[in-house]
Design a binder for this molecule. Structure first.
Ligand code: SF4
Length: 233
């Protein structure tokens, strides 16, 4: 990434280095370890949105089963999801858990997409990032993490997604801001990295990969590519 250049002499100064350099170093180490992650795993932007709702409190493998059910039923379009009775939708997305609540959330999204944007994601995504985020946050069941996932991975606009893996890794690295809430963590990335959609996409995907496989609840520090920059270790 052109915006992530810094000199080699910057690397040896540990946690006294500016945040930008520390975040850049974490990114470089993760990318070197895992390679590009090619996110989001979906065939189309509308599938990303449905997946972003279904993945709330769910393992991705179960979300894939729910999406596969929707595809097999021919229900993965805004029109067909609106027509589908709520209990049938809940049955199709059963594998993702919280299926009644998630069915309502999906219904809320497709109702808004129809009412306000004539079912056109292109129209919805023509909003600038702050307006798009505000609109998404007014829809039932869409909170900051889901809204930002939709903006980054479906609309392909630059916003950093914060999730539980990001929180845990940042905290262990000793990089969490004093006010450790969603917006403060998001600002940490967005104010210290170039505003590039591809960079935010790859960085978040790498953090998820690392949080799932190595920096788990009980971390596998012996196998970790971030040992040299981690306070927890
Ligand atoms: S060294 Fe351990 S705590 Fe630190 S990032 Fe790696 S796995 Fe997590």
């Amino acid at each position: 990434m052109a915006g992530l250049e810094y000199s080699e002499s910057d690397v040896s100064e540990g946690h006294d280095r500016p945040l930008r350099q520390q975040l850049t170093e974490v990114y470089r180490l993760l990318l070197a370890r895992y390679g590009p992650q090619q996110w989001w795993p979906a065939d189309a932007p509308f599938e990303v949105i449905v997946g972003a709702i279904l993945t709330q409190s769910a393992a991705w493998g179960n979300v894939e089963k729910a999406i596969s059910n929707l595809k097999q039923a021919g229900a993965l379009t805004p029109v067909s999801l609106r027509k589908l009775p709520l209990d049938e939708l809940a049955g199709l997305i059963y594998p993702s858990g919280y299926y009644n609540a998630k069915a309502l959330k999906i219904k809320s999204f497709v109702e808004r997409l129809g009412d306000a944007h004539q079912d056109s994601l292109e129209r919805l995504f023509s909003l600038d990032v702050p307006s798009l985020r505000r609109e998404l946050l007014t829809i039932h069941g869409i909170g900051p993490e889901t809204a930002d996932s939709i903006i980054l991975y479906a609309a392909q606009k630059p916003v950093f997604v914060i999730d539980a893996y990001t929180r845990r890794i940042l905290s262990r690295l000793g990089l969490s801001p004093p006010r450790n809430d969603y917006s403060a963590l998001q600002e940490l990335f967005m104010e210290n990295l170039p505003t590039e959609e591809k960079l935010f996409n790859e960085y978040h995907a790498l953090l998820v990969r690392h949080g799932k496989g190595v920096c788990k609840k009980v971390p596998l520090c012996d196998q970790c590519c971030l040992r040299s920059v981690c306070l927890h270790r």
